[in-house]
Design a binder for this molecule. Sequence first.
Ligand code: NI
Ligand code: MN
Length: 231
Amino acid sequence: MANKIKFLGHAAFSIVTSNGKTIYIDPFLSQNPTAAITLDQVDACDIMLITHDHADHLGDAPDIIKKCGGTAVGMPETVAKLKEAGVADDNIINFGYGMNTGGTSEVDGVFITMTQAFHSGTSNPNGYVVKLEDGKTIYHAGDTGIFSSMEILGDIYGIDLAMLPIGSVFTMDPLQAAVAAKMLKCKKVIPMHYKTFPFLVPDPSSFVQLAQEKAPGVEVVPLNPGEECEL
Ligand code: NI
Ligand code: MN
């Protein structure tokens, strides 16, 4: 069975792995005008990855963990927000400590590596490389500008699928994201973090075009909220 990756709108994704695990990333649902699902529709969570503590990423994470259980992953400063919201240490990776950039932690055969992100000084931003049970490897960049060590991430991990922000203003724009895809040498890329708010890039068309130009070997998979792809 393949891994199924569903775009939930903005930077939110759910992944059902080939082994049947459910992973959420940045589940911004209740306040998200583009959300594909409501909090009520979330009924399982094994792993929850949070890239930083901005409201459009932390989102409904505390409520999902309290409702469904699972293991939340984030920097110590980010998981502190979960604890403030009533999430137990048992539901936070590494006995409630969280993790930091460069580290890898395992949850039931899923290997999670925290990566750097360049975004804002106070939100403790990061990204994740996630190696699923079948070896398929996903990179969620979080909110970030481009950085040259994306090339190193590509060399080390062999990225099958990258989720990259393209919306500009708060993150990379389509040009930076297209060059990022080239540096990462990923097989596929899903654009994210656009359209949600009126001042973000409204659609992925310019990214699709620039990626063809800058990263011709990379397949762009633009998904509407609620759509999924297999890996
Ligand atoms: Ni942010
Ligand atoms: Mn954001």
